[in-house]
Design a binder for this molecule. Structure first.
Ligand SMILES: Nc1ncnc2c1ncn2[C@@H]1O[C@H](COP(=O)(O)OP(=O)(O)O)[C@@H](O)[C@H]1O
Ligand SMILES: [Mg+2]
Length: 323
């Protein structure tokens, strides 16, 4: 866990991303601030469309027009990520921050073996010789629980779960400081999801990198994350230690999302359809559904503020603000 005394690995401050076109602008992320410490697993949760991928892509500098970062900063160690030029970015991506996408397992090259593809990463970026690359590829596969004889396999000969493990092995091949995983298991069945989550945890312990882990599934998140943030409508509504957040959510939306994804061992409740409310620039879209009617969020969106040490929530003070 980050203590606040050492510099975080990643520091995102007041990030705003707009998608512009046809004279309209959709705000994909707004006023997003969080840090990730060395070796920390930070989870970003929220339903589809809340801005999780927008944040990840901004950090990785993968946003393309019509997306535009219109405010805020992204600092990696002591480096200003938003100021990096193309050459700096080439050296930065994969080596410093690597990313695994939801559909990554389908992006493996069908005509190359697994060994050739992992080897390519190592010979291209790490200037390893062929033999050393082969040995290292076998080590990497072992780290994600795949036997070395699978180096000779082609992607279609592996299950979806195995292919996703291969992609994870490739992502950590250059020993990145931060691994971003955007819904890495969403396309897989529940059992395989669980296995891969356990593998990620093990890998993180072995290699010590930090993780930004993104999912819409709160039950997966709590098993993995040290700290987490919950997004709604492009904004963070709560940031806290994962266990504390689960034990006692401060924001009504966090609670609603938790109820939608109870622990896998617990009873499954139905989605209540709370989450499709429209958002306006100056009211919280969740307001109409919010069970907490003491809070006046129909005329303003509350800022994220520290409620108790280490616990942040976007709440208007209870009572007293309604004219
Ligand atoms: N290329 C795009 N053009 C216009 N709007 C976009 C684009 N990509 C994302 N958005 C909008 O930005 C918001 C956040 O999207 P996204 O970051 O993909 O959410 P999530 O990853 O949480 O599902 C959504 O309202 C989405 O419609
Ligand atoms: Mg997404």
């Amino acid at each position: 866990m980050s203590t606040g005394s050492t510099r975080p690995v990643l520091d995102v401050r007041g990030l705003r991303v707009e998608y512009r076109g046809d004279g309209r602008s959709v705000v994909g992320a707004d006023d997003v601030s969080f840090t990730i410490g060395a070796g920390e697993i930070f989870g970003l949760a929220g339903e589809s469309g809340c801005g999780k991928s927008t944040v990840a892509n901004a950090v990785m500098r993968l946003l393309k027009p019509p997306a535009e970062i219109t405010a805020g900063s992204v600092t990696f160690g002591d480096r200003d990520v938003l100021a990096m030029d193309a050459r700096e970015l080439r050296a930065f991506r994969w080596r410093e921050i690597a990313m695994v996408f939801q559909s990554a397992m389908n992006s493996l090259n069908p005509v190359l073996t697994i060994g050739e593809q992992i080897g390519d990463v190592l010979t291209t970026h790490d200037k390893l010789g062929k033999r050393a690359a082969r040995e290292r590829a076998a080590e990497l596969l072992a780290l994600v629980g795949i036997a070395p004889d699978r180096l000779k396999a082609y992607p279609h000969q592996l299950s979806g779960g195995m292919r996703q493990r291969v992609v994870i092995a490739m992502a950590v091949a250059l020993k990145p400081t931060l691994l971003i995983m955007d819904e890495p298991t969403t396309a897989l069945d529940v059992v395989v999801q669980q296995e891969i989550m356990a593998q990620i945890r093990e890998l993180q312990r072995a290699l010590g990198f930090s993780v930004l882990f993104i999912t819409h599934d709160m039950s997966l998140m709590v098993e993995l994350s040290d700290r987490m943030g919950v997004m709604y409508g492009g904004r963070l509504v709560e940031v806290a230690g994962a266990e504390e957040l689960f034990a006692r959510p401060l924001h009504p939306y966090t609670e609603a999302l938790m109820n939608a994804f109870p622990p896998l061992t617990g009873p499954r409740r139905e989605l209540t359809g709370l989450f499709d409310a429209p958002r306006t620039p100056d009211s919280c879209g969740f307001h109409a559904h919010c069970p907490d009617d003491r809070r006046d969020c129909s005329t303003r969106i509350p800022d994220l503020r520290e409620i108790t040490p280490g616990r942040w929530a976007a709440l208007t003070p209870a009572g007293g603000t309604t004219p």
